[in-house]
Design a protein around this ligand. Structure first.
Ligand SMILES: [Zn+2]
Ligand SMILES: [Zn+2]
Ligand SMILES: [Zn+2]
Length: 329
C-alpha cells in the first residue's frame, strides 16, 4: 500500500461522474421493487409496509445446481449451489439508509438476522453474504433502497482470506481476537475514528484502500449477527444511519457505496476466530463528481491512496450528523 497525499493537488481532466439525486417520488409505478408492482417473470410484490424479501428473479446462484466437478490438466472448476435474495428496506422508493428512521433501520437489521439464520441453516449453505450496492456509480440498477444476499456452498475469497488471518492471529497470540484488539487500539487512539456508540465503532481502517472506506466493528466479540442483543441491533442501526449521513454530507450528494457484512461461515462449526463487522467501500475521492479509479499501479502493483486514513477520518468526523437540506426534495 502506498499513501501519497501530495497527489490530490494534481489537476483533474478525467472523467466527471453524474451523481443523480435520490428519487423524489415515494412510489414509482415502473419500479420492480415498489409495493404492489409486478416483477420480471410475472411475480407481483405484496403491499408490504416494512421490509420485503424475495428470491432474485435473475439469481446468479441456484439451489438446484447439481453437484459436479471439472478437471482438465491445470484447469479445475466445481458446480456451486446457492441462493440469491433481495431485501427491500422500505416501501418508500425515495429513501436511503441515511434518511430512514432508526426504528425502520432496526427492522432491516432484524430481517438480516432472520435471513442469516434461515439461509445458514440450509445444509448446502456455508456462507451468507449480505451486501448493498448504493448508487448508479456502484452499478445499482434501481434507486429503491434494497440489498442483496448471496448464499452459497463455498466460502467466498474475501471472507476466506480474512478467516485465515483471524486464525493465524488467534494461534500466535494465545487465543486473542484480531478485531477485538484492533477495535481497542482504534478506540484508544481516536484519530481514525469517525463515530461510535455503546456497541460499535466506525473507523477509517489503517489499511483502507478507498479514500473514504470505513469499517464498522462491534466492541463485543460476536462471531455473527445472530449473537447481537436487542440493544446491539439498535446500535447497529444507529451507527449505520450516522455514518451514511456523514457520507451524504461530505459532498452534499446521495453518497454511493458498496457495503456488506463479514461474519462466521454457516458450516456448523463454532468459528470462535470470527468477529462480526461491516465494510463500506465508497468510490468518491475529492468531490461529488470525481471518483477514485483502481487502475494502473493499483491493478498491477499495490493499492495507492491519495489521502491519509487519518485525514479522511477527520473530515468525516467533523461533519454534522443532521442530514444536509436537499433543495430538490
Ligand atoms: Zn421503488
Ligand atoms: Zn473479537
Ligand atoms: Zn471483512
Amino acid at each position: 500500500m502506498l499513501v501519497s497525499p501530495h497527489r490530490t493537488d494534481r489537476p483533474w481532466q478525467g472523467q466527471v461522474e453524474k451523481t443523480p439525486a435520490p428519487a423524489a417520488i415515494t412510489y414509482d409505478p415502473s419500479c420492480y421493487l415498489c409495493p404492489g408492482n409486478s416483477r420480471a417473470g410475472g411475480n407481483r410484490n405484496p403491499a408490504y409496509t416494512s421490509t420485503f424479501v424475495f428470491d432474485n428473479d435473475f439469481a446468479a446462484l441456484r439451489p438446484d445446481t447439481r453437484p459436479g466437478e471439472f478437471r482438465e490438466g491445470m484447469l479445475a472448476a466445481k458446480a456451486e449451489p446457492g441462493l440469491c435474495r433481495v431485501v427491500c428496506f422500505s416501501p418508500r422508493h425515495d429513501l436511503t439508509v441515511s434518511r430512514m428512521a432508526p426504528a425502520a433501520i432496526r427492522a432491516v437489521v432484524d430481517t438480516w438476522v432472520t435471513q442469516y439464520a434461515e439461509l445458514g441453516a440450509m445444509p448446502f449453505i456455508n456462507y451468507v453474504q449480505i451486501f448493498e450496492n448504493r448508487g448508479e456509480m456502484m452499478g445499482a440498477s434501481n434507486p429503491h433502497p434494497h440489498c442483496q444476499i448471496w448464499a452459497n456452498e463455498s466460502i467466498p475469497a474475501e471472507p476466506a482470506k480474512e478467516q485465515s488471518s483471524l486464525r493465524a492471529y488467534r494461534d500466535s497470540n494465545g487465543g486473542a481476537c484480531l478485531l477485538c484488539d484492533y477495535a481497542a487500539l482504534e478506540a484508544g487512539r481516536g484519530d481514525r475514528l469517525v463515530c461510535e456508540n455503546a456497541s460499535f465503532l466506525a473507523v477509517v481502517p489503517f489499511w483502507a484502500v478507498w479514500p473514504f472506506e470505513t469499517l464498522v466493528v462491534s466492541r463485543r466479540h460476536l462471531t455473527g449477527m445472530d449473537q447481537l442483543t436487542g440493544g446491539e441491533r439498535d446500535d447497529l442501526a444507529d451507527i449505520m444511519k450516522r455514518l451514511t449521513t456523514r457520507y451524504d454530507n461530505l459532498f452534499e450528494v446521495s453518497f454511493p457505496y458498496t457495503m456488506g457484512f463479514h461474519q462466521r461461515p454457516t458450516d456448523g462449526e463454532a468459528h470462535e476466530e470470527w468477529h462480526f463487522h461491516a465494510h463500506y467501500y465508497p468510490p468518491l475521492l475529492r468531490s461529488a463528481t470525481v471518483r477514485k479509479f483502481m487502475v494502473g499501479y493499483e491493478m498491477l502493483g499495490n493499492p495507492q491512496r491519495d489521502i491519509t486514513p487519518e485525514s479522511a477520518a477527520a473530515r468525516l468526523r467533523e461533519l454534522p450528523e443532521e442530514h444536509y437540506a436537499d433543495s430538490s426534495r
